[in-house]
Design a protein around this ligand. Structure first.
Ligand code: FE
Length: 335
């Protein structure tokens, strides 16, 4: 009953366009169990209440567009630079000029136009079967197209944004023609049709259906936390200097201030806090991700996977080149 009353009061306040200096409203595609402890910590520290709505990114984006200048949302928080890029493209965000955010978040993990900022990093890397592959046999994403991997590769579906983002950044580094031949090589090397998620692809590698796959690191962490005995390990590709595609493909979860935010200053302060060391470890550790702020060490379980060089390609390129990546994967027969 009290909750109902609070919701009704909130709806009335937003309908009347009233703004409360001591609260901020977040639309989040990250789930409640991930963000609530973080927002509770912010409220304890500042006295500012964080109200949030969680839904999937497409629904939140549609809602922001439909609400226009009536939206109660001050901040949009979501995963994948492709989604953040699309939100900026759709005009639902505004630039946030903040020296603190620029100092905390490396340039390749935020929008060049300051409309969104990466807050946690996930690396998309190679996972291999330790009984069937020696790490010295592995080298790059591109090498997985070599015929020596015929019948030994498993991949997640091209329908998910993660491999679209990887291919988009390959296009940035190599151009379309070379990238298409790489993707065709991957498809020719598949042991079985693509999987619906990263975990299933790793389970197939562990079961010996295939020897190598590409996954986001936090899925590896979750699977190994449950089944430490699986013969799986992480390999960091593209680490040699001087490669056209240099470093491990990374993506972000992140956030930006909405175009029609009623409390842009409160929204900016929340983002600055989320980028600060205090919040960064809380936020990244919850999902076995890497802090976006390089001054903050990863959780011990994550740090145990070893150090690696990130690709310096701005994650916004994953958004900008996404539609070309999708068409390329389709041409290459990658389902
Ligand atoms: Fe995921």
């Amino acid at each position: 009953m009290r909750k109902l009353f609070a919701l009704a009061a909130f709806a009335l306040a937003t309908a009347a366009g009233l703004s409360h200096a001591d609260e901020v409203v977040v639309y989040s595609a990250r789930n409640e169990q991930l963000i609530k402890p973080l927002f509770d910590a912010y409220t304890r520290k500042t006295g500012v209440a964080v109200k949030f709505v969680t839904d999937n990114e497409a629904a939140l984006l549609a809602r922001l567009k439909a609400e226009g200048d009536k939206t109660p949302a001050d901040v949009l928080m979501t995963v994948d630079a492709g989604n953040l890029w699309l939100a900026a493209q759709d005009g639902v965000l505004q630039p946030t000029h903040s020296a603190a955010l620029k100092a905390a978040i490396p340039a390749h993990l935020r929008d060049p136009g300051d409309q969104w900022f990466g807050l946690s990093v996930r690396a998309r890397t190679i996972v291999y079967n330790t009984r069937r592959v020696k790490p010295q046999d592995l080298s790059t994403y591109e090498d997985l197209a070599d015929p020596k991997w015929k019948g030994r590769l498993c991949l997640r579906s091209s329908k998910k944004v993660y491999n679209q983002s990887l291919v988009a950044t390959l296009i940035k580094a190599h151009g379309e023609e070379k990238t298409e031949s790489i993707v065709r090589g991957w498809v020719a090397n598949l042991a079985v049709p693509p999987f619906s998620d990263d975990t299933k692809a790793m389970e197939a590698v562990a079961a010996g259906q295939c020897d190598v796959t590409l996954v986001n690191t936090y899925y590896f962490g979750r699977l190994m936390a449950k089944q430490a005995e699986l013969p799986l390990a992480i390999f960091w590709p593209n680490q040699a200097p001087g490669l056209a595609y240099e470093g491990v493909h990374v993506n972000v979860s992140g956030a930006g201030v909405t175009r029609h935010a009623r409390r842009p200053d409160e929204a900016r302060k929340l983002l600055e806090w989320l980028a600060s060391p205090e919040a960064q470890s809380l936020y990244a550790d919850q999902n076995l991700e890497y802090p976006a702020n390089p001054a903050v060490p990863a959780a011990p379980a994550v740090a145990a996977w070893g150090r690696f060089k990130q690709s310096p390609i701005n994650v916004a390129e994953a958004g900008r080149l996404q539609s070309r990546a999708v068409m390329l994967m389709d041409r290459a027969g990658y389902k």
